[in-house]
Ligand binder design. Structure first.
Ligand code: GDP
Ligand code: IMO
Ligand code: MG
Length: 423
C-alpha cells in the first residue's frame, strides 16, 4: 500500500498529534520523518493530556508500530523521559517503537551551541526552542554527526569526544560560558535506555511493509512555513517539513506516496520570530490566544495569533501536493462576530497572492475578506449536519480558494471532538 503523509501547513502546532491519534486505527504503522524534540504534539483522551516530542503519535493505540525515521534528530535525555512517562501509563513502548539506525543524535553540546548562537544574534534571534536542532542538522549535513547506529560501535567514545572537542572550540568563539558535566552525565545515562529500544534499518522495514500491503502514515513535525527551503527563511527550522521530507526522512520513493493530508488551524499562530502578515497585536489576538490556549507545548511560550492567511496556505498546499485538508480549532472562532481571511498582500500598487520573498511587515498590508461568524459553541457537535450555516460558508470559502476538500473539522482538543465529513 502507498504511504499517506500528514503534515502541518502553517507554522507548526496545527494539531498534528491529535489527528494522527484519531487516524491511527486506520494504519498499521506511524512513522515520524523529521524534526526532533522541538516538536510538541498534544493528544487528549479519557481525561488525560499527553505531549509527545519524539515518539510518533500512534503510540497510545494498541497493535500499531511506531517508527522514528532517519530524518529525525534524537535527544536521548528527552526521548528516555518520554519513554518512562508513557510506560507508567501501561503503554507497551518497547514492543511498539523502533528507531532508525540512521537518525542523528543531539549531543549536550548541540544544545549549548543552539543557545550560544541565539544569544549572539541578539534581536535577530530565530526564537529557536533551544533543543539543539539547528546545530545537529548542521553536523549532519557537515558530515560530522553521530547516529543511533554508532551507539553500539567500538569507537563510539572517540567519535563522541572528537565532535565535542570541535563544539568546545565553537563555544569559545561565541565566548559562551557553560556547565557540561551534569547534562553529559544524564546524556550517557539515557543512552542506556535508548539501547533497549530496537535499532532498525527503518527504510528497509518500511519498504518491506509497503510490499506486504501494510498501511503506513508518515507524521510530520513543525509546519510547511518553517521548512528550511520554502519557509520564511531564516526564521525556520533546519529540516524539510514538507512532503518531500517524508521521502528523504523515511527512505520512501515519491511514487509510493498516497494521500497527502494537510492540516491547518482555522486561524494562524506562530511561536518564535519571523514574518507573520496577519498577526493581531490587539485585543482580538489576545482573545484568540486565551480562548485557543495558544501557549507552546514544548516551551510554554505564548503563541502569536492572527487571521487565516490563504496565500500562505495555498503556497503550502502547492509545495506539498495536499490531496485533502483538516481544519482545526474551529471552536475557537465561535467567539468572534466577524471572521477575517487574508486573500493577498499589498505593497504600494502591487498585489501579491503568494508570500513575497522580501516580505516586511512595515511595507506590506494584508487584504482581507470578512465573513460572518457563527456565534455558536461547536465543542459538543458530533455530526456535520449540526454545523451552523456560517461555519459551512467558511469551510466552502476556503475549499473554493484552495481547490482541495476539507475532510475533517476539529471542534475541540479531545479525540472525540472530531468531525469526519462526508465525501
Ligand atoms: P501539533 O504540534 O501540531 O501536534 O499541535 P500542538 O499540540 O502543539 O498544539 C495544538 C493545541 O491545540 C493542543 O493544545 C491541542 O490540545 C489543541 N487542539 C487540537 N485540536 C483542537 C481543537 O479543535 N480545538 C481546540 N480548542 N483545541 C485543539
Ligand atoms: P510542532 O511539531 C511550532 C519554531 C521555533 C522557532 C523555529 C526554529 O509542535 O508543530 P528550532 O528549535 O526548530 O531551531 O526553532 O521553529 N518551531 C516550532 N513552532 N511548532 C513546532 O513543532 C516547532 N518546532 C520549531 O519556535 O521559531
Ligand atoms: Mg506543537
Amino acid at each position: 500500500m502507498k504511504v499517506d503523509v500528514l503534515l502541518g501547513l502553517q507554522w507548526g502546532d496545527e494539531g498534528k498529534g491529535k489527528i494522527v491519534d484519531v487516524l491511527t486505527p486506520n494504519y498499521n504503522i506511524i512513522a515520524r520523518f523529521q524534526g526532533g524534540p522541538n516538536a510538541g504534539h498534544t493528544l487528549e483522551f479519557d481525561g488525560i493530556k499527553h505531549v509527545l516530542h519524539t515518539i510518533p503519535s500512534g503510540i497510545f493505540r494498541k497493535n500499531t508500530m511506531n517508527i522514528i525515521g532517519n530524518g529525525v534528530v534524537i535527544d536521548p535525555i528527552i526521548l528516555s523521559k518520554e519513554i518512562e512517562t508513557i510506560e507508567k501509563l501501561n503503554v507497551d513502548v518497547r514492543n511498539n517503537l523502533v528507531i532508525s539506525k540512521k537518525a542523528h543524535l543531539i549531543l549536550p553540546t548541540h544544545r549549548l551551541l543552539d543557545a550560544a548562537s541565539e544569544a549572539s544574534k541578539g534581536k535577530e534571534k530565530i526564537g529557536s526552542t533551544l533543543k539543539g536542532i539547528g546545530p545537529t542538522y548542521m553536523d549532519k549535513t557537515g558530515r560530522n554527526g553521530l547516529r543511533v547506529g554508532d551507539l553500539l560501535s567500538d569507537n563510539f567514545m572517540s567519535k563522541y569526544t572528537s565532535l565535542v572537542n570541535k563544539h568546545k572550540q565553537l563555544l569559545m568563539f561565541y565566548e559562551y560560558s557553560y556547565q557540561l558535566e551534569q547534562i553529559e552525565f544524564e546524556w550517557f545515562e539515557s543512552i542506556e535506555i535508548l539501547k533497549k529500544i530496537p535499532h532498525v534499518d527503518s527504510e528497509i522495514y518500511l519498504n518491506q511493509a509497503i510490499h506486504s500491503n501494510k498501511s503506513i502514515l508518515a507524521e510530520g513535525a513543525q509546519g510547511s512555513l518553517l521548512d528550511i527551503d520554502f519557509g520564511t527563511y531564516p526564521f525556520v527550522t533546519s529540516s524539510n517539513t514538507t512532503c518531500a521530507g517524508a521521502c528523504t526522512g523515511l527512505g520512501i520513493a515519491p511514487g509510493n506516496i498516497g494521500k497527502v493530508i494537510g492540516i491547518f488551524k482555522a486561524y494562524c499562530t506562530r511561536v518564535g520570530s519571523g514574518p507573520f502578515p496577519t498577526e493581531l497585536n490587539d485585543n482580538t489576538g489576545e482573545q484568540m490566544r486565551k480562548i485557543g490556549n495558544e501557549f507552546g507545548a514544548t516551551t510554554g511560550r505564548a503563541r502569536r495569533c492572527g487571521w487565516l492567511d490563504l496565500p500562505a496556505l495555498k503556497y503550502a498546499v502547492m509545495i506539498n501536493g495536499a490531496t485533502e485538508l483538516v481544519m482545526m480549532k474551529a471552536d475557537v472562532l465561535s467567539h468572534f462576530d466577524k471572521i477575517k481571511v487574508c486573500t493577498g498582500y499589498k505593497q504600494g500598487d502591487k498585489v501579491y497572492t503568494h508570500f513575497p520573498y522580501e516580505y516586511d511587515a512595515n511595507n506590506y498590508t494584508p487584504i482581507y475578506t470578512e465573513l460572518p461568524g457563527w456565534n455558536k459553541d461547536l465543542t459538543g457537535i458530533t455530526a456535520e449536519s449540526d454545523f451552523p450555516e456560517a461555519l459551512i460558508n467558511y469551510i466552502s470559502f476556503i475549499e473554493n480558494e484552495l481547490k482541495v476538500p476539507i475532510s475533517i473539522v476539529s471542534v475541540g482538543p479531545n479525540r472525540n471532538q472530531t468531525i469526519i465529513r462526508k465525501k
